[in-house]
Design a protein. Structure first.
Length: 345
């Protein structure tokens, strides 16, 4: 069983690299750290800055559910001194790569370490006789030994891997990442502690800001409809009334005609003003729902599975969360004021 751990957020992009390892732990230079998810890469970089050789497996805007490994990725894993990935079966290709490797590096599932009692969701949608899912149907459960990895085949509930959409979970991930970096590079312990403290302060401000923007959405309009079931943590944390999606927790699911019809009916009954498309999923099905329900699709796509391009406004965790929150608040009839969080140097 792969080890556990968690991370997620940031605001500066300095030396992230998509895997093409030039230095590793055996070179006597900077320790090589392999990180899977872009959110984890951003948080790791915020804490470590230029003290490590950071290799990110996933590209910006890449769907973690459909990741496939490459020879350079395998080499990076084999030579790493630390491997940080998400967990909760959100990156099956990454987990397979790590399990097949001969690495002796510590392997940490950051999401699992930081959020040991995750929400659960359906791996696949089923017909619910017209009843909508509200966030109360997501239960917090205790994770045990990856038994959920094959539950999707049976249509059972599984841990939801999209933990970073609750900023408090990201704060927990910062602690996990800092501890792991300190283990492999103790000479930088003071720097890591200082950067983690600053980052946590930024995330606390972000969390307060998100709550304030959501509060501008009129009561009765706080219902989010998206392509796949990725925003349950956001819904739970920030006081939304309901969340609906065409797909379950994985973007690889193909929604049935019955599910499309069911979602159209739910939107019409709830009078949802706007539904949202995601950057890492095909928009065809959700646009069909919008036409049949006669509802607007937001012009601002949501970043629910990854971060945006490097050096873009959505290329960091904090930037992604502010973008999503403004898009959701404005789309549902609220307003959005700028976030003025201090930046790390």
């Amino acid at each position: 069983m792969l080890a556990l751990a968690i991370a997620l957020t940031g605001c500066v992009q300095t030396n992230q690299t998509t895997v093409s390892p030039t230095e590793n732990g055996t070179s006597g230079k900077k320790p090589s750290v392999v990180v899977s998810h872009r959110v984890l890469c951003d948080l790791t970089e915020e804490i470590a800055q230029d003290t490590i050789q950071l290799n990110c497996l996933l590209d910006p805007n890449q769907d973690p559910h459909t990741y496939r490994s490459t020879p350079s990725h395998r080499k990076a894993v084999e030579t790493a001194q630390l491997i940080l990935y998400g967990g909760y079966d959100g990156e099956p290709g990454v987990e397979g790569l790590i399990e097949a490797s001969n690495t002796s590096a510590p392997i940490v599932a950051v999401f699992e370490e930081a959020v040991p009692n995750p929400l659960e969701g359906e791996a696949h949608h089923h017909n619910h006789n017209g009843d909508h899912h509200d966030h109360g149907e997501k239960e917090q459960v205790e994770h045990s030994d990856h038994e959920e990895n094959h539950a999707a085949d049976k249509g059972e509930n599984v841990p939801d891997p999209h933990v970073w959409h609750d900023v408090q979970n990201s704060i927990a991930m910062v602690d996990v990442i800092r501890n792991q970096l300190t283990e492999i590079n103790p000479d930088q312990a003071d720097l890591y502690a200082e950067n983690a403290q600053q980052l946590t302060s930024q995330l606390d401000q972000l969390d307060t800001w998100v709550n304030a923007q959501v509060e501008t959405i009129p009561p009765g309009k706080r219902k989010i409809v998206t392509t796949h079931d990725a925003l349950a943590y956001y819904v739970n944390a920030y006081g939304f009334e309901a969340a609906e999606s065409l797909q379950g927790l994985s973007t690889e699911e193909t929604p049935s005609a019955a599910r499309v019809k069911e979602l159209v009916g739910t939107i019409e009954q709830a009078k949802v003003p706007t539904i949202f498309v995601e950057t890492t999923t095909n928009s065809t099905a959700i646009e069909t729902v919008a036409r049949e329900a006669n509802v607007k699709v937001s012009e601002q796509k949501l970043f629910v599975g990854s971060l945006g391009a490097a050096n873009s406004d959505t290329g960091t965790y904090i930037g992604m969360m502010t973008h999503n929150t403004c898009a959701i608040a404005k789309g549902l009839g609220g307003t959005c004021t700028p976030l003025n969080a201090p930046q790390l140097n």
